[in-house]
Each structure stands twice: as structure tokens, then as C-alpha cells.
Design a binder for this molecule. Structure first.
Ligand SMILES: NC(=O)c1ccc[n+]([C@@H]2O[C@H](COP(=O)([O-])OP(=O)(O)OC[C@H]3O[C@@H](n4cnc5c(N)ncnc54)[C@H](OP(=O)(O)O)[C@@H]3O)[C@@H](O)[C@H]2O)c1
Length: 235
């Protein structure tokens, strides 16, 4: 089985790459941080290869697709790369907004379209969204908007992929202990207890193997679908 994992240099994508190689997958990891990808290759051996690509640019998406074509076929594509910035919407520069929409929303669709010719019936696309789409993430407004766009696209994409025999797993993590928060400029949350990225990785793979369409980690994140609209803004 062959997989492409974006955002493999850190956090959930890194943990997923480790778990997938452990379960016998060949993994192509995609990210910008070459040193981190090289270190992972040294740790995991030849079943992990990587492509250095900036998914905030279409050239980066194309570069990732070219590397995937060298695999010959793809059984699982995980659109996991993403980032947020903790600041008011109106304080984001135009470039930050465009870059965030590219990585969090456009790249998952553009990469899926490019890799579909490599995906047979029975293959799976995984989109990592966030449980935060069900509440107003006042501290990460552009991030929230980009992930809501991904959520909407994911529901549409699931129907379109089904016609080709390709499944889509949407992942809604809660608060995960990764570099995401520091990179976004967030202080550690005082009340929430983060789940380790390895737990998210295992939940994603279990969903891929068991054919589940939506994953909430931890499970109580699913309650936000109902409670979220009644909660005050978070962050
Ligand atoms: N942590 C949480 O609490 C949480 C909760 C809900 C959802 N999520 C989502 O989970 C996913 C993974 O995040 P994480 O928590 O694992 O954070 P992370 O440790 O910061 O990892 C983010 C990954 O995305 C990659 N990435 C960011 N910008 C990129 C770009 N321009 N081009 C290519 N790759 C890029 C990073 O690689 P490089 O920097 O090497 O490019 C890194 O590998 C994201 O989509 C995030 O929105 C996280």
C-alpha cells in the first residue's frame, strides 16, 4: 500500500507517517522543512521518502504531485498540512490570507485532482479539518474560515469521489499537542488537555481501514456539531 501524507515534517503528519510505515505502508511525505523530512527518512528507512514542497504555491502542489507520480499508484492521500495565525482577521496581510487559503483549502483539492489518476477504486482521501469549525474561533479567524471552506469542500468532494469508487475520510481533531499552537502564536491553553498526535494518527488509520467517513478525536469533539453554535467564541 502506498500513501502520500502532506505536512509530514511535524505533528499529526509526522506521527501518521511513523504509524503508516509501521503498518507496512510506503509513505511519501510532503512539507517544506527538508531537515525534518530527512531525519524522518533516517528514522523510518526506505519505506519513507519525501518531497520538499511549499503548498502555499501551485508550483509546490505540482512538485508534490510529480513526486507522487513516481510512486506509480496511491492508495491513501492524506491532506494534512495546515497552519493558523493568532490575530484579528483585519490584521492579516493579503499575502497571509492567500497563503492560508492555499495551504488549508486549495492545496487539498488541487492535490487530490492531480493524484486521482493514480488512485484505483477502493482508494482513500483523508482531509484533516478541525473540530473548531463548529465554534467561532475568535483568536484564529482566518484559519477558521479556511477550515470551514475545507469542511464544505470535503462534503462536496466525498460525493464526487464516491462516483469514482474513492472514499473520503474527514478528520475533526480537537486540541492536539503539536507545534501548531506555538507556530500560530498561541499561548498553551490553560484548561484543555491536549491529545497526543499519535492518537490522532491511529484514529485516522483505523477509520481508513474500517471505512468510516468522519473521525472526531477525542470523541467528545463530535458533540460540538450540536453544542457549538450555542457556545460563546473561543480563544
Ligand atoms: N494541533 C491541533 O490542535 C489541531 C487541531 C485541529 C486540526 N489541526 C490540523 O491538523 C493539521 C496538522 O497540524 P499539526 O497540529 O500537526 O501542526 P504542525 O505540527 O504545525 O504541523 C503542520 C504541518 O503542515 C506543514 N505545512 C505548513 N505550511 C506548509 C506549506 N506552506 N507547505 C507545505 N507544508 C506546510 C508543516 O510542514 P513545514 O513547516 O515543514 O512546511 C507541518 O508538517 C493541520 O491541518 C491543522 O490545521 C490541528
Amino acid at each position: 500500500m502506498k500513501a502520500v501524507v502532506t505536512g509530514a515534517s511535524s505533528g499529526i503528519g509526522r506521527a501518521l507517517s511513523v504509524e503508516m510505515v509501521g503498518r507496512g505502508f510506503e509513505v511519501l511525505g510532503v512539507a517544506r522543512n527538508e531537515a525534518a523530512l530527512r531525519a524522518l527518512r533516517e528514522e523510518l528507512g526506505p519505506r519513507f521518502r519525501y518531497a520538499v514542497a511549499d503548498l502555499s504555491r501551485l508550483e509546490g502542489v505540482e512538485r508534490a504531485a510529480e513526486a507522487a507520480r513516481e510512486l506509480g499508484e496511491v492508495d491513501v492521500l492524506v491532506n494534512n498540512a495546515g497552519f493558523g495565525l493568532r490575530k484579528p482577521l483585519l490584521e492579516h496581510s493579503d499575502e497571509e490570507l492567500v497563503g492560508m487559503l492555499m495551504v488549508n483549502f486549495v492545496a487539498p483539492i488541487a492535490l487530490t485532482r492531480r493524484l486521482l489518476p493514480l488512485m484505483r477504486r477502493g482508494s482513500t482521501v483523508v482531509n484533516v479539518v478541525t473540530g473548531g469549525i463548529h465554534v467561532l474561533m475568535a483568536g484564529l479567524p482566518a484559519y477558521g474560515a479556511s477550515k470551514i471552506a475545507l469542511h464544505y469542500a470535503t462534503e462536496a468532494m466525498r460525493r464526487e469521489l464516491r462516483e469514482r469508487g474513492v472514499r473520503l475520510v474527514a478528520v475533526y481533531p480537537g486540541y492536539v499537542a503539536t507545534a501548531f499552537h506555538e507556530r500560530a502564536g498561541s499561548a498553551p491553553a490553560r484548561f484543555a488537555r491536549p491529545v497526543p498526535p499519535e492518537r490522532v494518527a491511529r484514529a485516522i488509520l483505523d477509520a481508513v481501514e474500517r471505512g468510516r467517513e468522519r473521525v472526531y478525536v477525542p470523541g467528545y469533539v463530535a458533540l460540538l456539531r450540536v453544542l457549538g453554535p450555542h457556545l460563546p467564541p473561543v480563544g
